[in-house]
Design a binder for this molecule. Structure first.
Ligand code: URA
Length: 236
């Protein structure tokens, strides 16, 4: 059971204050009757709630897989830029957030949910969850780079070193512009870009393909998303 104002706010209808106003204005029906009290207790599975004539179905958790496009930021809200949460037009919950951050110019797999415990499990450095990236690099990527990344590189400064954990670098194509796959188990700020900087190379395109057991669905074009399957959720 949950209070009507919380039910509506959780589903993103408005803030607690706003939904109280909507209730006063008679815009909220519970089981086809105008609701008068914000503190009315609602049985999430049984009672039927509507706002301005549209059903509001309660969802405890939502899980979306997105292929994040470039130009959109990994945040819940932003004054200037569009965020990944803005892109989910049919969300029910008002408290969704991206699990980890991809840079504005990075594409690829992003999990968007309101399940804080799952996010913690996936992001905690202690859990060693793989994050696999595909990238194009300016410069010839070499076996020395593979070795350096396996041993860890300094992505900080001489005075304030910041060493990375062992990472797996796979060279797909080594040329003036190289193509690689890199698997890391941490998520330091701009980590992939700074790792290549540490070996004097520049990332010119970056896409995340996998996080733990979750693999980016190839059918999702940049900007598209879908609900996680039960199987994907179970395996996470
Ligand atoms: N590493 C980066 O440098 N950028 C990202 O967006 C993700 C990992």
């Amino acid at each position: 059971m949950i209070r009507l104002d919380k039910y509506l706010a959780d589903m993103g209808i408005g803030t607690r204050q706003e939904v109280k106003k909507y209730i006063r204005q008679g815009r909220v029906l519970v089981n086809e009757e105008i609701a008068k009290k914000p503190e009315l207790k609602i049985k999430e599975e049984k009672d039927q709630v509507s706002f301005d004539g549209a059903n509001v179905v309660y969802a405890t958790y939502e899980y979306y897989m997105m292929n994040k496009p470039q130009g959109v930021i990994s945040a819940t809200e932003d004054k200037r830029d569009q965020t990944v949460v803005d892109l989910i037009v049919d969300k029910k919950r008002g408290d969704l957030f991206p699990v980890g951050r991809l840079d504005k110019d990075t594409e690829g797999l992003l999990l968007i949910t309101n399940d804080g415990a799952l996010a913690h499990r996936l992001l905690s450095p202690k859990k060693h969850v793989d994050k696999c990236y595909y990238a194009r690099i300016e410069g010839k990527v070499t076996v020395e780079d593979v070795r350096a990344f396996a041993n860890g590189v300094n992505i900080g400064t001489v005075d304030e070193p910041e060493r990375t954990m062992a990472a797996r670098l796979e060279i797909v194509e080594s040329d003036a512009i190289s193509t690689i796959r890199l698997t890391i188990q941490e998520g330091k700020f701009h980590q992939v870009k700074r790792m290549f900087q540490a070996v004097d190379k520049k990332v010119i395109y970056l896409k995340r393909e996998r996080m733990g057991s979750l693999v980016l669905d190839e059918n999702l074009k940049p900007g598209e998303y879908r609900i996680l399957t039960d199987e994907e959720l179970k395996n996470l």
